[in-house]
Design a protein around this ligand. Structure first.
Ligand code: KG4
Ligand code: ZN
Length: 340
C-alpha cells in the first residue's frame, strides 16, 4: 500500500510517499523563508510559494522513492485548519492527481494528523493515553481512548502556546519562527529573572491561557525600553517567558493524566520540539510514574508523513472522500469536550 501525502496548511510545503504504515520512501519538507523579514507568515506569500514548489516537490518525491505516480494506492491531503489560500494549493493538486490517476482521496484534519504522527514511531503508543497537542494554532489536552476517538479535556482559551512563543519572540526582536529563537536565546538566560505569570495554572479546569503571559512580556519590554533597553537581559526575558509557558503545560498535562488515570502522555505539534519542555516534562512525568512520548523533531512540526499516515488510517476504516471535499480555514474539529 503506497500513500502520497501532501501538506500545505501554513508555511511548510511537504510531500511524503509512505509505504505501508511506517516506511517513508520519500519525505520532503520545504520551509518557506520569505516570511522571516515580516516577523510572521504572510498568507499571500505562503500561497504563492506553495504554488511554485509543490509540483516540483511531488516530482522529486517520486524520483527519490523510485516509483511512478500510477503506483500509488491512496492520496491524503490536509483540508484544514490553516491558511485557506495555502490549503487550496494542496487540495487542488491532490484532487487533480486523484482524478487523473483514478486513485482514492482522503481529506485530512491537520490537528488529528499531528496526533497520528505518533503512529509513525517504531513503537506507537497504544491508547488509552492523554495527548498534549501544542502547535502554532492549537493548545489541546485530549483523552484518546482509541485512535479516531477524542475527548477534549482542556484547551487554551486564547492564544495557542506556539503563537505566544512567536509573539514574544517578535517583541524581543528575535525573528520568526519564534519558538526556536526563544529557545536559543533562553539557553544562556536565568528562568527566574522575571516573575512572569502562569495564567490559569491554579484553575480547577484543564483549560489554559497564554495571552496574559504575552502581555506581561510586552509590559516588561516597554518598561525596560524606557529605562534604556533590554539587550542586556534578553536571554533572561526569553528564559523567564519559556519557563512560565513550560510550567503551565507541565502542570496541566499532569493534572489531565491524574484526572483520567492515564499512565501515558503523548506530546505532539511544533512546540514539542522545545528541549526545555522535553527535559522538564520527562522529569516530572517520571516522578509521577507517567510515560511521556515525544515524536522525533521532523515529525513535530508540519510534515506530509503525518498526513499520509492519517489518510491511511481513515482509508483502512472504510472512508473514501469524494472530489467535492473542501478546504477549511477554521473549525471542523468536532471532538466532544469533557465536562469537569
Ligand atoms: O505544528 P506546527 O509546525 O504548525 C502548526 O500547526 O501551527 O507548529 C509551529 C509552532 C510555531 O508557533 C513555532 O514557534 C513552534 O511551533 N515551535 C516551537 C519550537 N519549534 C517550533 N516552540 C517552542 N520551542 C521550539 N523549539
Ligand atoms: Zn501543524
Amino acid at each position: 500500500m503506497l500513500t502520497l501525502g501532501i501538506e500545505t496548511s501554513c508555511d511548510e510545503t511537504s510531500v511524503a510517499l509512505l509505504e505501508g504504515e511506517k516506511k517513508l520512501l520519500s519525505h520532503l519538507i520545504l520551509s518557506q523563508m520569505e516570511h522571516e523579514r515580516f516577523g510572521g507568515v504572510v498568507p499571500e506569500l505562503a500561497s504563492r510559494a506553495h504554488q511554485k514548489v509543490l509540483l516540483p516537490l511531488v516530482e522529486q518525491a517520486f524520483g527519490e522513492a523510485k516509483c511512478k505516480p500510477e503506483e500509488i494506492d491512496l492520496i491524503g491531503v490536509t483540508l484544514g485548519p490553516g491558511l485557506i489560500g495555502s490549503l487550496l494549493v494542496g487540495v487542488c493538486t491532490a484532487k487533480t492527481l486523484a482524478l487523473s490517476l483514478d486513485k482514492p482521496l482522503i481529506g485530512v484534519n491537520h490537528v488529528e494528523a499531528h496526533l497520528m504522527a505518533n503512529l509513525l514511531l517504531d513503537e506507537p503508543s497504544q491508547p488509552p493515553f492523554v495527548a498534549l497537542l501544542i502547535s502554532g494554532g492549537h493548545t489541546l489536552l485530549v483523552e484518546v481512548d482509541c485512535w479516531g476517538q477524542y475527548l477534549i479535556l482542556g484547551r487554551s482559551r486564547d492564544d495557542a502556546v506556539g503563537e505566544s512563543f512567536d509573539k514574544a519572540a517578535k517583541m524581543l526582536g528575535l525573528g520568526y519562527p519564534g519558538g526556536p529563537a526563544i529557545e536559543k536565546a533562553a539557553a544562556s538566560g536565568n528562568p527566574e529573572a522575571f516573575a512572569f505569570p502562569r495564567p490559569m495554572i491554579k484553575d480547577p479546569s484543564l483549560d489554559m491561557s497564554f495571552s496574559g503571559l504575552k502581555t506581561a512580556v510586552l509590559y516588561e519590554v516597554e518598561d525596560l525600553k524606557k529605562a534604556g533597553g533590554f539587550t542586556g537581559v534578553l536571554a533572561d526575558l526569553a528564559a523567564s517567558f519559556q519557563a512560565a509557558a513550560v510550567e503551565v503545560l507541565i502542570e496541566k498535562s499532569l493534572s489531565a493524566c491524574a484526572r483520567t488515570s492515564a499512565r501515558t502522555l503523548v506530546v505532539a505539534g511544533g512546540v514539542a520540539r522545545n528541549k526545555n519542555l522535553r527535559e522538564n516534562l520527562t522529569l516530572r512525568s517520571d516522578r509521577a510514574g507517567i510515560k511521556v512520548i515525544f515524536p522525533p523533531f521532523n515529525l513535530c512540526t508540519d510534515n506530509a508523513a503525518m498526513i499520509a499516515r492519517t489518510a491511511l488510517f481513515h482509508f483502512r476504516n472504510g472512508r473514501k472522500d469524494s472530489l467535492d471535499v473542501r478546504a477549511y480555514a477554521t473549525g471542523s474539529l468536532d471532538w466532544p469536550t469533557a465536562s469537569f
